[in-house]
Design a binder for this molecule. Structure first.
Ligand SMILES: [Zn+2]
Length: 197
């Protein structure tokens, strides 16, 4: 096991995605780099198994409430990194996927592919509990077919995160497939510097 990081704060805890029993603790550290950028370093650790994960999120201008949209058109887009904070709502309308905000919702710090794989697992479990005569059964089979194609990059879809607290993040592989729309009431001319790149 790793040694305890010091001077970090604990804010959220979640169920372990690996062993499903343990609790994941997230330690957040903010690091100031020499060129003035702030980086958020997240360390995920399970108290039961060996699951541990580190990641770094640049705290750029995107900590702003609003809607992030990523058009996933190819296999490359599937590698775009995503952080859905507990205040973020995640949707893929074409696949009827919706994750509502809330501390009970699974946290997502993964890439697009990771979200699809997790969703596929959930849909399969749901399907296994359905009777074949259930009217939902054929719909579920269609979704699973689309999901399989999506995981291979053969089914274009739109991934949206709406975050009213502004903690969620997408790091696109292809900037031209990414867009960000701040919340209406947050708009006050030049108060924020949006990246046009
Ligand atoms: Zn675990």
């Amino acid at each position: 096991m790793s040694e305890k990081a010091k001077e970090t704060e604990e804010e959220f805890s979640f169920k372990c995605p690996s062993c499903k029993d343990g609790i994941i603790t997230i330690n957040k550290t903010i690091y100031d780099s020499q060129d003035g950028d702030k980086l958020l370093i997240l360390k995920f650790e399970c108290n039961e198994c060996n699951f541990t994960k580190n990641d770094i999120i640049p705290m750029a201008t995107k900590m702003i409430p609003g809607m992030i949209t990523l058009k996933v058109k190819s296999e490359r887009d599937l590698k775009s990194k995503i952080y859905r904070s507990p205040t973020g709502k995640l949707e893929i309308p074409e696949l009827e996927l919706l994750v509502e905000p809330g501390p009970r919702a699974d946290f997502y710090f993964t890439n697009v592919e990771g979200i699809l794989l997790r969703f596929e697992e959930a849909v399969r479990i749901y399907k296994n509990n359905l009777n074949e005569s259930d009217p939902q059964y054929s719909d579920i089979e269609i979704i699973l077919g689309d999901l399989d194609k999506a995981i291979k990059g053969e089914f274009p879809f739109t991934l949206k995160i709406t975050d009213l607290a502004g903690g969620s993040y997408i790091m696109p592989q292809d900037e031209s497939h990414y867009s960000f729309e701040p919340r209406e009431y947050e708009r006050s001319d030049n108060e924020y510097n949006f990246n046009d790149s």
